[in-house]
Design a protein around this ligand. Structure first.
Ligand SMILES: [Zn+2]
Length: 145
């Protein structure tokens, strides 16, 4: 309960700085170097840990499973779900081909993101990260040029 203490009073210094109580930082998982986003409302200043843009549009997940797809950050699972939903709407033959094409586009974007993150990674390492074969990596790499 002590982490939820309210009524803490802190004095502002000459530069407008105030120390955030450690209990609140702990509660919100805010640490040294984290970015804080401010909000104004009802005469109060609110703040929260800043969420970087590479957060899944649908489920707010972050990390290497989130990729840029058609100018939106989407995680692997949500994109897979979106593609499958899309497929159900189309007839079987055309749908399968469309899904295959979308999967390739998606994999190319993931590969591009991973190469950007790990420029020194070998084809083997990239294959392991993406969960595909080395052959597929070299095949997809041709689309990156
Ligand atoms: Zn997601």
């Amino acid at each position: 309960m002590s982490s939820r203490t309210i009524g803490i009073v802190r004095e502002l210094d000459e530069l407008g700085r105030v120390v955030l109580p450690i209990e609140m930082r702990r509660l919100l998982g805010i640490g040294f170097g984290d970015s804080i986003e401010f909000f104004l409302g009802n005469g109060a200043i609110m703040m929260r840990k800043y969420r970087p843009l590479s957060t899944c549009l649908f489920c707010n997940r972050t990390g290497s499973a989130v990729v840029l797809f058609k100018n939106q950050f989407i995680c692997v699972d949500c994109l897979d779900e979106a593609v499958n939903t899309d497929r159900e709407k189309t007839n079987a033959g055309f749908g399968t081909r469309k899904k295959k094409r979308q999967k390739s586009e998606f994999m190319i974007e993931r590969l591009r993101a991973e190469i950007h993150k790990h420029p020194e990674a070998s084809q083997k390492e990239l294959a392991e990260i993406l969960g595909i074969s080395q052959g597929r990596v070299s095949q997809l790499k041709k689309f990156l040029a």
